[in-house]
Design a protein around this ligand. Structure first.
Ligand SMILES: [Zn+2]
Length: 325
């Protein structure tokens, strides 16, 4: 009797959290990772960011970022290929070409602002380097990520996940060598930028994958080790960094960790990244992962101005910076 009760409890739990345990030899096919793959590369992110600060010409990017010319050429090509940028003739006589954000690129704006809000809140001591003004309601605002369906703030602790049958895909070989372009505390692109600080955390492939396991309810060293097939020394090192960075804390007893309020808060930008990738990189495909409210209704994250509750596309925002370039 006791045994069958225990079994049914375990089964209920498995049914409630179908996203939790990765079947052996498989991995999560989750759209978040697709966006990270584009923005997690330092220079791609910085070049796209400068486009939101109205950079258009090759030399705009080159001068503002101090990026080597060959690297800039390769990065612009990559962003054109990813359909984030579209090259257009600026001046036919002088053969100047400009790089413009496409609709897809412009739609990254909420992702950028959510990373900015996260960085301002948790990683940037003192006054935020960038202040935002919403033209529609004439208010200075700190962006917030809320569910479009009910207006409530996105909180990973409250949300349920549903997965499609194709969510688990056969594991692919990891990239042979991962570049570590980010260094702690180093400003690469000259601007003091909260987004850059945030991406320096999740742009690291293992760190992102480990954090994602926590959002799926896995908090124990052995669970994460088994789910990711990660070497124990790499896992230990990343967990240590995440504790030092204030995103995780050691739970009593030692073998488990827990997200801190900072760690939980990182879910909001990741939710927007997932939604962006579902819209633009996987059009026409049923999302492999869905967010649900307690009643099982699908939730869609969006970035809003807390004053008026409306979404804030790039065209409706002005800003001032607290620094000079
Ligand atoms: Zn507003």
């Amino acid at each position: 009797m006791a045994a069958s009760l225990a079994n049914s409890t375990a089964m209920d739990e498995a049914a409630a959290r179908p996203d939790r345990t990765i079947p052996r030899g498989h991995e999560r096919d989750c759209a978040m990772a697709d966006t990270i793959a584009i923005l997690g590369d330092t220079w791609s992110f910085l070049v796209a960011r400068e486009a939101f600060f109205s950079a258009r010409r090759f030399n705009d990017f080159h001068e503002r970022l101090g990026i080597p010319r060959a690297t800039l050429t390769a990065t612009l090509d990559k962003l054109v290929e990813a359909e984030i940028f579209e090259p257009r003739e600026l001046d036919e006589a002088r053969r100047w070409k400009g790089y413009f954000l496409t609709e897809r690129g412009l739609d990254l704006y909420p992702v950028f602002l959510s990373l900015l809000a996260f960085g301002d809140r948790w990683l940037q001591p003192g006054c935020p380097p960038l202040a935002l003004f919403h033209l529609d309601c004439r208010s200075w605002f700190s962006p917030r990520v809320a569910w479009a369906e009910n207006g409530q703030a996105v909180d990973a602790r409250e949300v349920r996940f549903a997965i499609a049958p194709d969510y688990w895909r056969p594991a692919r070989a990891a990239p042979a060598r991962q570049r570590r372009p980010w260094r702690d505390g180093q400003v690469v692109g000259r601007r003091p930028c909260s987004v850059e600080r945030t991406l320096s955390i999740i742009g690291d492939r293992w760190t992102f994958l480990i954090l994602r396991e926590f959002f799926h309810g896995n908090e124990r060293f052995d669970e994460i080790h088994q789910n990711l097939g990660i070497a124990t020394n790499i896992l230990s090192g990343r967990l240590k960094n995440l504790v030092a960075g204030g995103l995780l804390e050691r739970a009593a007893g030692g073998a488990a960790y827990a997200l801190t309020p900072t760690g939980w808060d990182l879910f909001a930008p990741l939710a927007l990244m997932k939604a962006w990738a579902d819209r633009w990189l996987r059009p026409g495909r049923t999302p492999t992962l869905s967010f649900l409210d307690p009643a099982g209704r699908i939730l869609t994250p969006r970035l809003v101005c807390p004053h008026c509750g409306e979404a804030v596309p790039a065209r409706r925002v002005r800003f001032i910076t607290g620094y000079h370039l």
